[in-house]
Design a protein around this ligand. Structure first.
Ligand SMILES: Cc1ncc(COP(=O)(O)O)c(C=O)c1O
Length: 370
């Protein structure tokens, strides 16, 4: 039997074991010092004054809707080419996600399409740095300023990315990170929100801790909150990963570069967009685009037979069954996103993917495309 090459794998080492064990032995498993240390380290890493740790990226996005004052009747302009959580968060607060199409190169929100989607009910713009490639923040910010809108960044796939020479997360607008095990770094489940002010941070801490009052009284609840806390074991794992983040990101970039070199000799497939002076990608996934007319399902079946995992990544959110039923979306409404969804394919990708395995992946892909 051929060994299957998985799509992703976390890189856990001795330091992670050490800090998690230290936390386990400390007996302080929640609301302890590891969360504070994790928040401070992450704030330093993304050059943001404050970071609030939360239980998932989805939880962070939901709380950012609260920060932005999004509520029933409001609209949030966002991208259809993303993971479903970036649109669902508006629905949690009774608002409507409005999808603007993406740029065919970057696969991120097209600012002109955003501008065209704004109505008197628009409250916020929610760009996603999809696949770790920074969105057009300057243009989106200018649109938001002209219309008096909030901006919330979904940076769940983009820890370590840079826009115009600055880390994603340092813009001054709330930016949400996620740490599921397929991400650049992991806490198991977990997320975090980078914010500019202490007031925003304190509100996030309260909202994620059952709306407890600022006075610290355990049974006083000043607002409607949630249990979106990150526990200390997860934070300890995250702290160890953060200490090694440069090493992890460099290894991922090396794996991506090797794929790029191998794929240059393969017809019928397009490698991910390269960085430029304004956009520096943090490698989250390695997603190729098969040429128009290629039978992607056939390619995936062939990869599967060769023991190579792959995934059609990402399906457009507006065509998910729930969105079709609730909002009446149909194919053809957001053609650029739909075309990307039809042709994108995620290949196995993680920091320690062996060169021989990458060669196996690309050889299988080459045969499948013949
Ligand atoms: C773009 C995007 N937004 C939101 C999320 C949600 O993060 P989590 O799975 O931690 O809730 C993810 C993670 O998969 C994501 O990729």
């Amino acid at each position: 039997m051929t060994r299957t090459i998985p799509l992703s794998a976390p890189w856990i080492d001795g330091r992670e074991e050490e800090l998690v064990l230290e936390t386990l032995r400390s007996g302080q498993l929640s609301l302890g010092p590891m969360v504070d240390r994790f928040e401070a380290a992450l704030a330093g890493r993304v050059a943001s004054p404050h970071v609030a740790a939360v239980s998932s990226g989805t939880a962070g996005l939901h709380l950012c809707m609260r920060l932005a004052g999004v509520g029933p009747g409001d609209e949030v302009v966002t991208t259809p080419f993303s993971f479903v959580a970036s649109a669902n968060c508006a629905l949690y607060e009774g608002a409507t996600p409005v999808f603007a199409d993406v740029d065919p190169q970057t696969l991120n929100l097209d600012p002109a399409a955003v501008e065209a989607s704004i109505t008197p009910r628009t409250k916020a713009i929610l760009p996603v740095h999809v696949f770790g490639y920074p969105a057009e923040l300057a243009e989106l910010e200018a649109i938001a300023e002209r219309h008096g809108l909030a901006v919330v960044e979904d940076a769940c796939e983009a820890l370590g990315a840079e826009y115009r020479g600055r880390p994603v997360g340092s813009s001054g607008r709330p930016a949400v990170f996620a740490f599921y095990p397929n991400k650049q770094m992991t806490t198991g489940e977990g997320g975090a929100v980078a914010v500019a002010t202490e007031e925003e941070w304190a509100l996030l801490k309260s909202l994620s801790n059952q709306g407890r009052s600022d006075s610290g009284e355990w049974l006083t609840h000043a607002r409607l909150g949630y249990n979106y806390r990150l526990d200390d074991l997860s934070a300890a794992l995250g702290l160890a990963q953060l200490e090694r983040l440069d090493e992890i990101l460099a290894a991922r970039a090396e794996v991506a570069a090797r794929y790029g070199a191998l794929l240059a000799a393969v017809d019928g497939v397009e490698a991910p967009l390269a960085d430029d002076t304004e956009h520096r990608r943090s490698w989250f996934v390695y997603v190729v685009r098969v040429a128009a007319g290629v039978d992607r399902n056939g390619v995936m079946a062939r990869l599967g037979e060769d023991g190579v995992a792959s995934k059609p990544y990402l399906p457009s959110i507006h065509l998910q069954p729930f969105y079709r039923e609730r909002f009446g979306y149909r194919a053809g409404m957001l053609p650029v996103s739909e075309d990307a969804s039809a042709r994108c394919l995620a290949l196995p990708f993680h920091a320690r993917l062996a060169a021989e395995d990458q060669e196996r992946v690309v050889e299988s892909l080459r045969c499948a495309l013949e």
